[in-house]
Design a protein around this ligand. Structure first.
Ligand code: ADP
Ligand code: MG
Length: 246
């Protein structure tokens, strides 16, 4: 099958610092790509360039046949079709759950409110939060907020979902319920890129895995291969810092 997303020779600099350095990757529809690597290696920046939230300095980002890395490209299509969930649940604090979820579909997709709410409720049911539809973000736990953030992104009918360490700021006992949502989505065939520090989860969900260090892709392959016999010293050192059973 053709690639849904391709990055070719992508460079990103912040002033003198090269944050992404010749990044090449591709993603097919239905694939789950996991990205791991030490803090500061460029994972978040990479996701933001894919979502057209950060401009790139060199290279191409081809989504659905269009080079959205081009400064002149119309990025609305990509922003609509590529959903993203961040580490710090970015729900609107003054809006309840249902309004948080339906805002995008109503404003951007021009969906009728009744239809948007119906879809929101179906999605909320799937993540076990239908009873929270009128709650405000401050009344939810971290895990619940992240599940709402996932639903909010899904409500836009994205073709690709990007997840940036979405369990990093929540209590350990809430992590499972959020990761289960992602496993469920993967099972349903959602195309996704997942940045995570949860190594057991990475191994379970990844079709393919990328290890980054200092803005570069150092290793790429099957998760089993990577965890059992990482090739580079950098990956070995990185993995040795985690205490996990695979
Ligand atoms: P990761 O998500 O892997 O921890 P980031 O992509 O957040 O890494 O950051 C990669 C590098 O880019 C870091 O050195 C960070 O300090 C730097 N960086 C990220 N965003 C900016 C920015 N807006 N301005 C300047 N430097 C940035
Ligand atoms: Mg990050």
């Amino acid at each position: 099958m053709a690639d849904l997303l391709t990055l070719k020779g992508v460079y990103k600099r912040f002033g003198e610092t090269e944050v992404l350095s010749d990044v090449n990757l591709s993603l097919k529809a239905g694939e789950v790509l996991v990205i791991i690597g030490p803090s500061g290696c460029g994972k978040s920046t990479l996701l933001k360039t894919i979502n057209a939230l950060e401009a790139i300095d060199e290279g191409e980002i081809i989504f659905d046949g269009v080079n959205i890395g081009d400064k002149r490209a119309d990025k609305r299509h990509a922003r609509k079709e590529i959903g993203m969930v961040f580490q710090n649940y970015d729900l609107f604090p003054h809006m309840n759950v249902i309004d948080n979820i339906t805002l995008g579909p109503i404003k951007v997709l021009k969906t009728r409110r009744a239809e948007a709410e119906e879809k929101a409720m179906t999605l909320l049911q799937r993540v076990g939060l239908a009873d929270k539809k009128n709650a405000y973000p401050r009344e939810l736990s971290g895990g619940q907020k992240q599940r709402v953030a996932i639903v909010r992104a899904l409500a836009m009918n994205p073709r690709v979902m990007l997840f940036d360490e979405i369990t990093a700021s929540i209590d350990p006992e809430m992590v499972r319920e959020v990761l289960d949502c992602l496993l469920e989505l993967a099972k349903e065939g959602m195309t996704m890129i997942v940045v995570t520090h949860e190594m057991g989860f990475a191994k379970a969900i990844a079709d393919r895995l990328i290890f980054m260090d200092a803005g570069k892709i150092v290793e790429e392959g099957l998760p089993k291969q990577f965890f059992e016999s990482p090739k580079s010293d950098r990956a070995k050192r990185f993995l040795s810092r985690f205490d996990f059973n695979l």
